[in-house]
Every structure is written in C-alpha cells, then in structure tokens.
Design a protein around this ligand. Structure first.
Ligand code: GRF
Length: 206
C-alpha cells in the first residue's frame, strides 16, 4: 500500500497471531478511515520473525518489518531502534499513532514518554483488575462472574494508563483460560477499532 503524505500514520506493533491488528486493518479499509478520519495503517512491526500476523498484514497490503528484540544488547537499545522504525512513518508535525496489538514487550519509560498520548494498548482484562499475564485464568480462579478487555493509553506504569474502551463478557461455568480468552478476544476486535476511530476523531477536532 502506498503511504499518502497527508494522512495520519498508524503503526501497529505485534508479537503473535495479529487478530486485533487484522480487525483494525479491516475496519480502516471497510470504513474508509483515510477519507473519514484522514488516517491510514501504514506498517506492522513485529519483535518476532515468526509472528503469524506478519503474513496477515502482507495479505492486506500493509508494509511489515521485524525487529528481533534478542538482537539488541539491552531494552533501551531495542526501544531506540523501535522508535526509529516507527518515526519513519511520522508526517511533518504529525507523529504516528502507535497501536500495541498483542505486543508482548514492556516498553521503556523513554519510549512511552516519547510517544505519550499517541500510544494505545489492549489488555485482556477489565482493568484495573488483573494487570500483567494469565488474566483469564486469574479471573476464573478469583471467581469473577464477568471478564473483558480494556483499550487504554499507555503510561509508564504497566497496564495503568487512561481507559478508552472496555468490553464485558460473562464467565461461564466450566470455562477454561482458553475458552474465556476466545470469548474476550472476539470482543477485542470490536472495541479496538472503535477506540482508534474515537482517538482519530478527537485529533481531528483538536
Ligand atoms: C489479545 O488477547 C490481547 O489483548 C493480548 O494478546 C492477545 C493478542 O491477540 N495482549 P492477537 O495477536 O491480536 O490475535
């Protein structure tokens, strides 16, 4: 896909299957975000070369890049390389929106500060409950009747930035971490595109 110079760039970071990324790309194409919100998904970057989402992105005509975190000496070096890779898509006076979609790396405070206000994440729990990993099993173990997902701004503290969207699903008798994760994931594909649309609309109004 050709990058159009006047549009807000959206760069999506992934580590795995990329179903959220694909949902965002599909929404951007179906809803003509370029025309309606002046925005375009321009690149998908993975820290894992075998991330299934890379193939999905290419199938949608999106540029892809791989930055293997293991190839960098420390977290700061990796994040600086990542910031440089993202910055390639900045427009004059319009830095890219960075969307973390199953990106399994904790970003340094420096990266977060540099992208403050334009760095979004989706977390598979009803934040502020269950930050970190294994959220679905922890929700089951805690006896929760409901679980869900949260789209939030990324701040220096893990899974703690301003909440933009949430989805809620019931926890069913007999649920395993996997069955609950699948139910939650299906809702992520709705709330993440919606949160991004709202972010873009707010930018346009600002
Ligand atoms: C999602 O559940 C997301 O909330 C979590 O990792 C999963 C990624 O799934 N952070 P996918 O790669 O978007 O399919």
């Amino acid at each position: 896909m050709q990058t159009k110079p006047h549009l807000q760039s959206i760069v999506i970071l992934i580590s795995g299957g990329g179903s959220n990324m694909a949902a965002i790309v599909r929404a951007a194409q179906k809803e003509a975000w370029d025309t309606h919100y002046g925005a375009q998904v321009v690149a998908v970057i993975s820290n894992k070369p075998d991330a299934g989402g890379l193939r999905l992105a290419r199938e949608h005509g999106i540029s892809t890049a791989v930055l293997e975190h293991g190839a960098y000496g420390c977290r700061d070096d990796f994040d600086q390389a990542l910031a440089a890779a993202v910055a390639r898509y900045d427009q004059p006076n319009r830095p890219a929106l960075v969307v973390l979609a199953g990106f399994m790396r904790i970003l340094t405070p420096g990266f977060v500060a540099q992208h403050a206000g334009r760095l979004l994440n989706i977390h598979p729990s009803l934040l502020p409950a269950f930050t970190g990993l294994h959220t679905h099993q922890r929700a089951i173990d805690a006896g929760c009747k409901y679980a869900g997902a949260t789209v939030h701004q990324v701040s220096a503290e893990l899974d703690a930035g301003a909440i933009l969207e949430q989805s809620v699903v019931p926890v069913m008798p007999g649920d395993t971490g996997q069955t609950l994760a699948a139910r939650v994931l299906a809702t992520e594909h709705t709330i993440y595109p919606r949160a991004i649309r709202n972010w873009l609309a707010a930018q346009a109004r600002a």
